[in-house]
Design a protein around this ligand. Structure first.
Ligand SMILES: Cc1cc2nc3c(=O)[nH]c(=O)nc-3n(C[C@H](O)[C@H](O)[C@H](O)COP(=O)(O)OP(=O)(O)OC[C@H]3O[C@@H](n4cnc5c(N)ncnc54)[C@H](O)[C@@H]3O)c2cc1C
Ligand code: SF4
Length: 330
């Protein structure tokens, strides 16, 4: 057991400063991922800075008609928040598809965005892993890779991002608000998580001295035609093999706008805006859905055990679009 110190921060500036002076320190929020990583000796922080006393636990309206989710709001409080249920039902549905009630009671907005991959090799310190120890190799590429990525992979890493919440946030085009030593900045959701390329150890574009303070949801919440379809080995308490967040704006049978984000297939929530654009002005037919699904998986690559995901993703996209379009007819 590696010893570490523990402090609490009740002010964002102090929390940022504490992190800036010790690059081996880590924030802890709900602890549902970080504590597991510490128990497995994957994360070895010198110090835990408990950020739960920070005043970041509110859900509030924004000036531009959207909703701000504080970084410390629990996943359960977000999913069951009256405004989220009414204005962003896709987000509620995605959160409730993840983990378990107990975990959702602890897990926070910020922690969910920064949870690490569930790649088995990443958790097993007896094996090499480029994400855990850069330059050691990626045993998943030629190993057991059933849960691994099929899109946006690199020769260094084929891990996936495991979150459900983030897939809905990607489709909704949320914005991540962060604060660091150099002040505040906003990161569009599509630019928050990274593809592995040759730096798989870096999951996101959050800087080392930055804290997530909130996630902003834009005014448009796609309340009429949406779905979150999660396919997994068990019907509950399992990570997605493939998931699809679909959000549509429709005029009768015509699709005016389409957003599609995929989970379980890449190192980040996967969107292909060119493929989404193919649905604009089209009617809601299986043929049109299949066309867009084929475009999304066109560059997908399987690694053996996970090759089934290519066909699974295609079918999941078609099914999600069908579910989302049929809602309006109810
Ligand atoms: C058994 C199990 C099953 C699960 N199943 C699912 C599932 O099906 N779907 C799913 O989406 N998730 C699932 N999860 C993951 C769960 O959602 C995450 O563990 C949780 O969201 C992490 O949030 P947390 O607040 O506990 O983060 P923590 O563990 O406290 O922190 C995680 C990371 O985020 C950092 N951090 C936290 N908050 C901030 C902040 N505000 N600013 C900067 N850094 C911060 C920490 O330093 C740490 O590196 C599962 C977890 C477990 C244990
Ligand atoms: S896929 Fe990524 S996380 Fe998994 S073993 Fe390879 S480098 Fe490590």
């Amino acid at each position: 057991m590696k010893s570490f110190s523990y402090t609490k921060a009740d002010n964002v500036a102090i929390a940022v400063n504490e992190l800036a002076v010790d690059n081996a320190a880590k924030f802890i929020a709900g602890g549902t991922n970080l504590i597991d990583l510490m128990k497995e000796n994957v994360a070895r922080p010198s110090r835990l800075i408990d950020i739960t006393p920070l005043p970041l636990n509110k859900i509030e309206d924004t000036e531009d008609g959207g909703l701000r989710l504080g970084a410390l709001v629990t996943n359960a409080d977000t999913a069951y928040n009256e405004q989220v249920e009414k204005r962003y039902p896709l987000l509620s549905k995605a959160i409730l598809a993840g983990a378990s009630p107990q975990l959702r009671n602890m897990a926070t907005t910020g922690g969910n965005l920064l949870q690490r991959t569930r790649c088995y090799y990443f958790y097993d310190t007896a094996t090499p892993c480029n994400k855990r120890e850069p330059g050691t190799g990626c045993p998943a590429i030629n190993g057991f890779n059933r849960i691994h990525a099929i899109l946006g992979t690199s020769s260094e890493c084929i891990a996936t991002h495991p979150s459900d919440m983030c897939i809905a946030l990607a489709a909704l085009e949320a914005v991540v608000r962060v604060t660091g030593k150099n002040g505040d900045r906003n990161i569009p959701f599509a630019e928050f998580h990274r593809l592995p390329a040759d730096t798989p150890q870096i999951d996101t574009n959050l800087q080392a001295d930055e804290i997530i303070t909130a996630v902003d949801l834009p005014a448009i919440g796609f309340t009429k035609n949406y779905t979150y379809l999660k396919l997994r080995d068990r019907t509950s308490y399992a990570f997605a093999l493939v998931s699809v967040a679909a959000a549509l704006e429709m005029d009768g049978d015509e699709i005016i706008e389409a957003r599609l984000a995929l989970g379980g297939v890449a190192h980040k929530p996967w969107r292909n805006t060119e493929a989404e654009a193919m649905l604009k002005g089209k009617s809601a037919t299986r043929e049109n859905f299949l066309h867009v699904a084929e475009a999304i998986v066109r560059d997908a690559e399987g690694f053996g055990h996970n090759t089934f995901k290519i066909e699974l993703a295609k079918r999941a996209i078609v099914r999600a679009l069908k579910q989302a379009t049929e809602m309006e007819q109810k």
